[in-house]
Design a protein around this ligand. Sequence first.
Ligand SMILES: O=C(O)C(=O)C[C@H](O)C(=O)CO
Ligand SMILES: [Zn+2]
Length: 277
Amino acid sequence: MLDIRYASSNKDAKHFDTERLREEFHINGLFQKDEIKLVYSHYDRIIAGSACPADKELKLEAGKEIGAEFFLERRELGIINVGAPGVVVLDGEEYQLDSRDGLYVGMGIKDVVFKSENPEKPAKFYLNSAPAHKAYPTVKINIKDANPVKLGTAEEVNKRTIYQFVHPNVCQSCQLLMGMTLLEEGSVWNTMPAHTHDRRMEVYFYFDMKDDDIVFHMMGEPKETRHIIMRNEEAVISPSWSIHSGVGTSKYTFIWGMVGENQTFTDMDHIDKKDLL
Ligand SMILES: O=C(O)C(=O)C[C@H](O)C(=O)CO
Ligand SMILES: [Zn+2]
């Protein structure tokens, strides 16, 4: 069963209270032991979720919601492991993923199975999937293979490296872009100055946080900003009309995934801080 999230218009969303904002955009309860949890967003039909195999192997199944014989019949998939070492088995072929390793899985793979090396310390596979039209090769992506982009300064407490995992410089994909942003010690802001990109939606997944730390994730149109409180290992959907930026009570790491019109990472509409309200 997929948790379906319909798309909200910018005109409606500015009237949402905290509860409704969370209901529409916030994703929690990821990484339940021995479960696959998936959220299907009608923004560009991205599926975001998790697989946390411990005592049993988990198989990615197609539900009625995607109307296909198997999950990747007309989809592609990006995986980043944020837990202990695990294995993804694709049509019988094993891919070992250590912590922070990524995997791009092309359209057409029939069997996707997740396993952990040690049930006491399960792997935590974070997943993003998008509709696809062409089968590109499956590629394992270590952080050393990812394309690093350094941004920010210590003075602005936003010094960070964006590692582009699923990106045209690293591997081919139909529309999915996916990567991981690591903040430096003492830096707490991401994506400030903020941007929107009407051409693509985005999902942010925050992790590497202590239990009592929070991130204030900023969303909304630049002149109608709202926040959503994020805790460790929670995700948030960012519609194409929304900024997506966050400030934490300590440093954190996040995975971003984008789906939409183009794969030009730099195609952003930057918003000057003075223009935010
Ligand atoms: O730290 C950042 O800035 C990001 O990671 C930005 C995201 O990658 C993004 O919003 C791409 O559009
Ligand atoms: Zn963005």
